[in-house]
Design a protein around this ligand. Structure first.
Ligand code: C5P
Length: 232
């Protein structure tokens, strides 16, 4: 899979997401299904979107004891998604267990990506709430390295960190980057943003784009603009 645009389908019902995807007609964007939609509609919504021919990033961010994550990943591997994820904070042992659970009998598996520190966590909350005293960028790189050592395929990170993640973990270690906005667009609640063209320049492998596409007057045109800036 090469560079691609993943559309964050942050909807809370099957009706909303399917009518959104219907707008694309022949086009089949890579779709991110997060907790909101998954908890509302269950695994069936993953099967239905997959059956329509979309690639799927199932963004459930697992974080539990290794055995529970292993068994849960085993269940998720049956959904035949293309990418899924977990929290690197669950430790290397949890990540290794997750990979084991995700790998099917024939050796195939979805790509497995780690969340390092959420972008909603800042230095202050990390120090005060989590008692982690190191600089946040050092923590993010350390977690990325742990994920690479555990055999994972990449991390979710800010586009601003993508270059450094590649320097630390290798150019084939994937970077999936949200926080993308058009140069002339509304940034909403995202703080550190980049345009699709900038994300391409810095070496992101996948950009995750939600509201700039889902809330656009013409979502298909907004999607095509992302593709033109980031992929073509
Ligand atoms: O609408 P917007 O483009 O901001 O959506 C970005 C998507 O990426 C959302 O689904 C959000 O939950 C997700 N995300 C993020 N920042 C992270 C991890 C995930 O914005 N650090």
């Amino acid at each position: 899979m090469g560079r691609d645009v993943i559309v964050a389908c942050d909807f809370s019902s099957k009706e909303e997401v399917l009518s959104f995807l219907d707008k694309f007609q022949g086009r089949k964007p890579f779709v991110k299904i997060g907790m909101e939609l998954f908890y509302a509609e269950g695994p069936q919504i993953v099967k239905e979107i997959k059956a329509r021919g979309h690639k799927i990033f199932l963004d459930l961010k697992l974080h539990d004891i290794p055995n529970t994550v292993k068994k849960s990943m085993n269940v998720l591997s049956n959904l035949d998604v293309d990418i899924t994820n977990l929290h690197a904070g669950g430790t290397k042992r949890m990540m290794e267990a997750a990979l084991e659970g995700l790998t099917r009998e024939d050796g195939t598996r979805p790509l497995l990506i780690a969340v390092t520190q959420l972008t909603s966590t800042d230095q202050e909350s990390m120090e005060n709430d989590l008692l982690i005293k190191e600089p946040i960028d050092k923590v993010v790189m350390h977690y990325a390295k742990n994920a690479a050592d555990a055999g994972l395929d990449g991390v979710v990170c800010s586009p601003l960190e993508a270059g450094k993640v590649h320097d630390t973990c290798g150019k084939d270690f994937l970077t999936i980057t949200p926080g993308v906005r058009f140069a002339d667009g509304d940034i909403g609640d995202q703080k550190r943003v980049m345009t699709p063209a900038e994300a391409k320049k810095i070496g992101s492998d996948y950009i995750v784009v939600g509201r700039p596409i889902t809330a656009a007057a013409d979502p298909v045109a907004a999607y095509e603009r992302c593709i033109a800036e980031f992929v073509d």
